[in-house]
Design a protein around this ligand. Sequence first.
Ligand SMILES: Nc1c(NC[C@H](O)[C@H](O)[C@H](O)CO)[nH]c(=O)[nH]c1=O
Ligand SMILES: CC(=O)[C@@H](O)COP(=O)(O)O
Length: 224
Amino acid sequence: MALNGNSCCWIQERLLSGKGSVFPNPIHRPSATILPCKSTALSFSSSLQLQGVAADRKQRSSFVQAPAIRCVVGSLTKTQGLRFAVVVARFNEIVTKQLLEGALDTFSKYAVNEEDIDVVWVPGCFEIGIVAERLGKSQKYHAILCIGAVIRGDTSHYDAVANSAASGVLSAGLNSGVPCIFGVLTCDNMDQALNRAGGKSGNKGADCALTAIEMASLFEHHLK
Ligand SMILES: Nc1c(NC[C@H](O)[C@H](O)[C@H](O)CO)[nH]c(=O)[nH]c1=O
Ligand SMILES: CC(=O)[C@@H](O)COP(=O)(O)O
């Protein structure tokens, strides 16, 4: 088990303090050799001698400090300088304009500068993917928010449009390397759609704007 400088110093401190060994259990000695950092090599060997002394005097109860797990998450409060494109479908505009309004309100609430937001209108959800990919590849934006509403009709056309929209947005993100957020409603009727565009079920456009901010921050502040 290779240790970093911090854990070597911790082990040295623990041994010198006589608080028992640093191995979790005498019978479970690590098979790998502990590799102390060079600066503590000599003092480390004397520490191991102390370990024997300490062990004679006290019941061994010890633990090994695992290296800290690094957690990475995008921020919702570090939006300065983040640029966004919003691709919105005109089809079912009574719904999509409310999704767009929810998204823009959220960007404003989280201090995204208006001059850092571009809105691009397309005819329908089927056209979102190719436009999102073009915007992503332009490298002008930190995230692309894709907004639309696919509402079931009398035929299976719904499935073609809904599935194409989803795969189009996914491909745009993967191909451009810029987060593309799926803010497309897929509903059985207009009531379901309106309820999710500012009605009793909230506003999916606002929700996805938050996702866009977090992903833009994750990529810009942590994954470069
Ligand atoms: N039925 C819906 C459509 N249909 C149009 C397609 O998106 C596309 O514009 C057309 O097939 C030409 O390529 N679009 C929606 O956004 N929502 C629908 O419910
Ligand atoms: C999702 C659609 O394309 C749909 O609105 C078309 O309606 P229909 O299936 O009645 O032609």
